[in-house]
Write a new protein. Structure first.
Lengths: 346, 836
């Protein structure tokens, strides 16, 4: 069993970057290069792949530059006032207090506020638009429903796919406690609050696979509530969605067929839905195309047969506090059959 | 003829004074109430809680050192961060401000003690009891695990067990103690200043304390009200936050952050206050921009109540709210900046001397300024959409809290230690500790900014290797241990044996402010005689100042009657008004804390009948405390307090400190009530149909009748005081007993409203909030009736006379607030449905 992996990212570069910025602010170029490396990652807000995240990252870099300048200026001032040799003039304290404490901050903060708030309309755009994607937070997974342009409803779970370059309006709510949907590479986060409905617009600007996660502490396995976001070309997306709307494929091998029998016999269908079979529960994630997903257990495990086995055997070990019971009492062969069936649900 | 020599007179006076102020010894030591004892206990125990929460932080950092770590279970990790955050906030940051203020404020004001010594002792015992209870819970796997801001519904329906109850009841109990201390500090600053210390001569520390304590008064009640709602939801199923029952989880967030944001400044301002005392000393000159600093501190206090929504930027608020709160949140940077620049200007105009406290202050500046600047970044709503609930925010607030509170407090330890321990702390160890802490802190927290933006949410017990966060986290963990080593050095410096070291010289830093008058070793009387002040830095500016104090040439140099006394002066110009007798050691304070604590602790275990019994016991202890310890009729009308001044020994009404105490307490109480009313209207805004059909309100009849009866009770109270002053004893008793009767009937009529109309509080948030308003009001009315009976008994026993009517004055004040509460309740529950 392997923990779910998207891509390896250069870890050590972060340390390099920090040393660079501290030691030599004048070597900004070097720092900039190091920063670019350090900021990459499947869930990095500083490696943006969406319009919202791009705008925010730009704001961040300007504010960071300002922060470094102001901090250095205050430190230099503190150093000067405590080591000065020349007697200061009588007006020096007034200039310092009014200039440094009032005039400068008012000017800088006003400018910053105008710029920062000017971003808001674009970040909140789409709040009034018709949502096409409905995500409900649950302890500790994501219920995802697509509504296609021809009005069909496609229930999925724990994975988002988006076409590049087209805004998608998400409607968010929660089934139990407060969650928060955050895809750092695409946009800021928005909370999912029981009894309320919130909106989020995602506008991916490049293709790729990213990680999304729950940002609001939601209980025991908050750390294991994640999901994969795959941004693809429009036509790939359309194909994918059309396939997702189909019922589950029939078991392809005798082992998988036995897995399907076991699944129905052990009552998995009381909680899970596999469209096209008798399983129609709505407590756990929809499994119709679970084998085709890039991860299982809400971004926690990869979707290979061994991961499926591990999950069936001891979900509590992978994800403390999970509501799914363990099926460790089943013989090994049965668990293998179940895993083969599920993994085959492409 | 043998006139005793002046030296002989002085020695006899000093002996009498010492006897009156003697700290009890042996096991009775724990009955002490003097600020010099209670302040030390308070400071030491809050620092102990800091260490405890710090150990939890190290456990968490160890768990996060590598990805997919399984050193701590998810459950233990969740308890650890909940307890770490809650303890740092409620058992360290706030209490240590009040502890240091209890310890130092009287010294700075040349007062013998704070105006209500037993109240500070009570506050300490509540704090200690609640603190041990809460910290201990983690050893029994029973600690709260909802995060320090306890968002429902996670903490209502989804976390059974006593953890959340412990948080809600335990911290409410400690918050009550914090409010008690705030009342004490406010009255102390306003009324117990030395003669001549006009409002513009008050030490900056006292100004900051005043602002921070006033903020406690208005910031804690929203949390107490919110905790009450959440606990009632947990215990009795009244659906305040459950959307299925018409509640809304966002109400909790509003109430919590209405407390939570000012809270940050309640922590920050008193620490700046320490800086404001130390900087002039080390710059060898008076502070520059005194007026600017005072105004900025007040401005910060006001602004901090308008920022709470910046903790809720991601809850889907409309753009207009985001814009307004972004603007307000950045604006608070300005008064903060003004204060920093005033200190820099002071250093510029003076000649700075090197010292450990100064080192910690420069470290504090470097750290705090960065925290403030990242604060401006997260105040920008767009950036906060990314940074919120990520490690960026964790880094940001640790920068503000370490820079804005921990470093100044440790500077304060090094600076003020001689006043407590009579010896100096080690400069060498201090420098070592500084560098370990400064380097460790930055290594731990600087990378976290990046960790957060690379997608690490806060409150995760682990993270996958694929997320690429391992390296940054390992660096942070190493930094945390270096930081901890620095703290360990400080602990060693504080506790190491130093019996061979010489006493510190008197006023070792050559400071100019009044607290450094203290002799080495210090005496329990605080100050030999209470001086006349005409400068902000009397030790620098007033000639022969120390000698005049030591020779008892100022006020109250003696304790002829063997009683503890201090001067009470007027608020603005510190004119001496009267001589206040202060209570001495007593076990009534720990007993009161124990019985009050019993209510909250037993309530945690849902033993409601035992809890109520404990509450009744607490009530009896309080009555005993008040009866034996307050508003005593003095043996003579006035006394000579020295310097040719004769002052009265008794005051009632608004000139007495008791009246101020009641007034300030009731402001806090009324704020909590207003939060409940806010809850009512919040529900109205989220429901199109409110009261929700087919539920009817409590009608107009019963609430209307209650309003009439309670106005009657209030008038009777007022008349009773009038008749008492005219020495019409029978009429006074009639007024009091009639008032009690009307109050009882009024309270019953109030409860009869929702009862008669069959409002079921478990069915919906509407009946629940109506019932809560009614119960809150009725409880206040009930306490008011007990006060009537108390005054009647006092008069019968001769403790209250036409002239000595402080008790009755305070009860009338209480009833002003209560009748206002009652009328508002009736207007809301009976009047509003008619309009809506």
């Amino acid at each position: 069993m392997t923990r779910f992996a998207l891509s390896s990212s250069p870890d050590t570069a972060s340390g390099r970057r920090r040393r660079a910025t501290i030691r030599a602010t004048d070597l900004a170029l070097l720092a900039g290069v190091a920063a670019l490396v350090a900021c990459a990652g499947p869930q990095s807000a500083l490696d943006p792949a969406g319009r919202g995240a791009e705008r925010i990252a730009e704001l961040f870099w300007w504010m960071t530059a300002g922060t470094v300048v102001v901090w250095a200026a205050v430190m230099a001032l503190a150093f000067y006032v405590s080591t000065r040799r020349r007697e200061p003039g009588p007006r020096a304290p007034g200039v310092l207090i009014v200039g440094g404490g009032v005039v400068l901050p008012v000017l800088v903060l006003t400018a910053l506020l105008i710029w920062g708030l000017a971003l808001l309309p674009s970040l909140l755009a789409g709040v009034d638009a018709e949502p096409t994607l409905f995500v409900t937070g649950r302890q500790f997974w994501w219920e995802v429903v697509y509504r296609t342009s021809d009005g069909r409803v496609v229930p999925l779970a724990n994975e988002l796919r988006l076409p590049v370059g087209r805004p998608a309006v998400l409607q968010l709510d929660s089934h139990d406690v407060i969650h928060s949907l955050w895809i750092p590479a695409l946009a800021g986060k928005v909370d999912m609050i029981p009894g309320r409905v919130t909106r989020l617009t995602l506008e991916p600007s490049r293709t790729g696979v990213f990680r999304g996660l729950c940002a609001e502490y939601c209980g025991l396995s908050h750390a294991h509530m994640a999901f994969v976001v795959a941004v693809t070309e429009e036509h790939e997306f359309a194909e994918w969605l059309a396939h997702q709307a189909e019922p589950a494929s029939a078991p392809a091998s005798p082992l998988a067929a036995r897995g399907q029998e076991l699944l129905l016999a052990h009552g998995c269908g009381a909680c899970h839905t596999i469209r096209g079979t008798l399983a129609d529960g709505d407590v756990g994630p929809d499994l119709t195309h679970v084998g085709g997903r890039l991860s299982i257990a809400a971004g926690t495990l990869s979707s290979d047969p061994r991961a499926f086995q591990r999950w069936i055997e001891a979900p509590e070990q992978v994800k403390p506090g999970v509501h799914m019971p363990a099926f460790a009492m089943l013989p090994q062969a049965d668990r293998e059959a179940l895993a083969a069936y599920l993994e085959g649900l492409k | 003829m043998s006139e005793p020599s002046p030296e002989q007179v002085g020695a006899e006076q000093a002996a009498r004074l010492l006897k009156a102020w003697e700290t009890p010894t042996g096991w009775r030591y724990w009955s002490a109430v003097n600020n010099s004892a209670v302040g030390v206990w308070y400071t030491a125990s809050s620092f102990f809680f800091f260490l405890f929460a710090g150990v939890l932080a190290l456990m968490m950092r160890t768990q996060l050192a590598v990805p997919d770590n399984d050193l701590l279970s998810a459950d233990l990790y969740n308890q650890a961060f909940t307890v770490h955050g809650s303890v740092m906030m409620f058992l360290f940051a706030i209490p240590i401000f009040e502890a240091i203020a209890v310890l130092l404020l009287p010294q700075m004001l040349g007062a013998r003690d704070l105006p209500f010594p037993r109240l500070s002792a009570f506050g300490f015992w509540c704090f200690m009891l609640g603190g041990i209870f809460l910290c201990g819970s983690i050893f029994f796997d029973a600690a709260p695990r909802g995060g320090w801001f306890m968002y429902p519904p996670l903490t209502s329906k989804y976390q059974p067990g006593i953890g959340a109850d412990m948080w809600l009841l335990g911290f409410s109990f400690i918050e009550v103690a914090a409010i008690a201390a705030a009342v004490e500090l406010i009255v102390g600053t306003l009324k117990c200043r030395p003669p001549g210390m006009r409002i513009n001569l008050v030490p900056l520390y006292a100004w900051y304390t005043l602002v921070a304590a006033a903020m406690v008064l208005f910031a804690f009640p929203p949390l107490i009200a919110g905790s009450m709602l959440l606990e009632v939801e947990r215990a009795f199923g009244w659906p305040f936050f459950d959307p299925a029952g018409g509640g809304d989880p966002l109400l909790w967030q509003h109430l919590f952050w209405l407390f939570g944001h000012p809270e940050v400044y309640i922590i920050f301002l008193p620490s700046v206050a320490l800086v404001a005392m130390m900087v002039p000393t080390f710059a060898r000159r008076p502070v520059v921009g005194y007026d600017w600093i005072v105004l900025s501190a007040i401005g910060t206090g006001f602004l901090s109540f308008g920022l709470w929504v910046h903790h809720m930027y991601t809850t889907g608020l409309p753009g207009v709210s985001l814009g307004l709160f972004s603007a307000a949140s950045t604006a608070v940077a300005i008064p903060t900046g003004v204060q920093l620049f005033c200190f820099l200007a002071t250093i510029l105009m003076g000649r700075v001397t090197r010292s450990t406290p100064m080192l910690f202050m420069f470290g504090s500046l470097a750290i705090f300024v960065l925290g403030g600047l990242t604060g401006v970044m997260v105040a920008m709503a767009p950036f906060d959409f990314q940074a919120h609930d990520s490690f960026f925010v964790v880094a940001h607030f640790h920068y503000t809290l370490f820079g804005g509170a921990v470093f100044p407090i440790i500077a304060g330890f090094y600076y003020y230690y001689p006043l407590v321990g009579n010896k100096m702390l080690s400069e060498r160890l201090g420098r070592l500790a500084f560098w370990l802490m400064f380097i460790g802190f930055n290594v731990a927290f600087l990378p976290m900014h990046l960790t957060g933006l690379r997608g690490m949410p806060r409150r995760v017990f682990t993270y996958p290797a694929a997320a690429g966060l391992g390296g940054l986290n390992l660096v942070s963990t190493i930094g945390a241990f270096i930081l901890a080593a620095g703290v360990a050095v400080i602990v060693w410096d504080l506790v190491r044996p130093r019996s061979r070291e010489p006493l510190a010289p008197r006023n070792p830093w050559d400071a100019g402010t009044l607290e450094w008058v203290q002799e080495m070793p210090g005496k329990p009387w605080g100050i030999r005689s209470i001086p006349q002040i005409d400068s902000r830095y009397p030790l620098w500016d007033q000639p022969d100042f120390l000698r005049n104090i030591d020779e008892g040439r100022f006020y109250l140099p003696d304790a002829e009657e063997g009683l503890r006394e201090t001067l009470v002066t007027s608020v603005v110009d510190a004119r001496p008004l009267f001589c206040q007798r202060l209570p001495g050691p007593s076990f009534v304070t720990p007993l009161a804390a124990l019985t009050t604590g019993g209510f909250f602790i037993l309530g945690t275990f849902k033993l409601w009948s035992l809890a109520l019994a404990s509450l009744v016991a607490a009530l009896l202890v309080f009555v005993f405390w008040l009866w034996t310890g307050t508003a005593r009729v003095p043996e003579k009308q006035e006394k000579d307090v020295g310097c040719g001044l004769t002052l009265p020994l008794y005051a009632s009404g608004s000139s007495s400190i008791g009246w101020w105490g009641v007034f300030i307490t009731m402001l806090a109480d009324f704020t909590a009530y207003v939060c409940l009313v806010f809850g009512y209207f919040f529900f109205w805004t989220v429901h199109a149909d409110f009261p929700p059909a087919p539920v009817q309100g409590p009608g107009v009849l019963w609430p209307g009748l209650a309003a009439l009866l309670l106005v009657g009770a209030w008038s009777a109270t007022w008349l009773a005081r009038r008749w008492n002053r005219r020495d019409r004893g029978r009429a006074c008793h009639l007024g009091l007993l009639g008032g009690a009767g009307l109050a009882a009937l009024g309270g019953a009529a109030l409860v009869a409203g929702p009862l008669a109309t069959g409002l079921d509080p478990t069915s919906h948030a509407y009946p629940a909030i109506v019932w809560l308003l009614v119960i809150w009001t009725a409880a206040h009315v009930g306490i008011g009736a007990i006060m009537h009976l108390y005054c009647s008994a006092r008069r019968l026993a001769g403790h209250m006379t036409p002239r000595h009517d402080a008790d009755l004055g305070n009860v009338v004040l209480y009833w002003h607030f209560t009748v206002l509460t009652a009328l508002l309740t009736v207007a809301v529950i009976a009047g509003f449905p008619l309009l809506a």
